[in-house]
Design a protein around this ligand. Structure first.
Ligand code: T5A
Ligand code: NA
Length: 212
């Protein structure tokens, strides 16, 4: 009996404006051009009921306390858990723009307890690889539209960057560091290569679980 090879669960992470969306789009186009089944997803997923509340909060149109918005971001991932697993197990590779790591980094950057923030993320599907697009905050500030959304200030992004460093140390085994100050094409070339390796590696494995 022939078995469907599962897709890879690929996540891009980093501070605001580090180039996640640009690189996700390029990666999806590339995989499509190789006839590899692939789907782009982004968190927050802003179309669900929960996603719409998150969107209003990010755009400074709604106030919520820190615990509430943290749990809504997490719930937004949980409400897509089965969809993610079904796609992966039916052979579709997912390129996902932010995930639980953003949930942790942005909340801890506000001064919340790391342990408290990690707990509700535990049990979600764990990515096969996280590409951490890292560069200094000054570089990010000079990119388009920086400063329009809630978290886009130099001071806050500096704290977020520190949290991502901490998460990188913790999750190193499946994180790959990418210098996000390079040109878009250079970053894309390096992601392409790494993704083809990951696709091969995960073929006959089960999807991992985030064990926070
Ligand atoms: N959040 C998110 C939480 O607090 N908790 C959570 O659990 C989650 C999931 C919205 C906010 O929500 C927070 C984090 C965020 O503050 P979002 O929807 O991902 O998250 O945010 P967006 O505003 O859509 O995206 P970003 O601001 O993060 O931007 P990207 O996707 O990283 O960057 P991108 O690709 O749009 O590029 C930005 C600009 O830079 C240029 C691009 O052309 C563009 O103008 N650029 C480059 N310039 C030079 N060199 C390069 N290599 C470049 N790459 C891109
Ligand atoms: Na984005």
């Amino acid at each position: 009996m022939s078995q469907i090879k599962r897709g890879a669960f690929i996540v891009l992470e980093g501070c605001d404006r580090c180039g996640k969306s640009t690189q996700s789009r390029k990666l999806v186009e590339y995989l499509e051009s190789c006839s590899i089944p692939v789907k782009y997803m982004a968190f927050p997923e802003r179309t669900s009921d929960i996603g719409q509340v998150i969107n209003a909060y990010i755009k400074n149109k709604q106030e919520l306390n820190d615990e509430t918005i943290h749990l809504l971001f997490t719930a937004n991932r949980w409400e897509h858990k089965n969809h993610i697993l079904n796609l992966l197990n039916s052979g579709t590779t997912l390129v996902v723009d932010r995930y639980a790591y953003s949930g942790l980094a942005y909340s801890v950057a506000k001064g919340m307890s790391k342990q408290w923030c990690m707990s509700p993320e535990s049990g979600l599907p764990r990515p096969d690889v996280v590409f951490y697009l890292k560069t200094n905050v000054a570089t990010l500030q000079n990119r388009g539209q920086f400063g329009e959304e809630r978290y886009e200030t130099e001071d806050f992004q500096t704290k977020v960057a520190r949290c991502f460093e901490d998460i990188y140390e913790m999750e190193k085994s499946y994180w790959q560091l990418i210098d996000a100050s390079q040109s878009q094409d250079t970053i894309h070339d390096s992601l392409r290569q790494k993704v083809l390796e990951v696709l091969k590696e995960v073929e006959n494995t089960e999807v991992n679980v985030l064990d926070w």
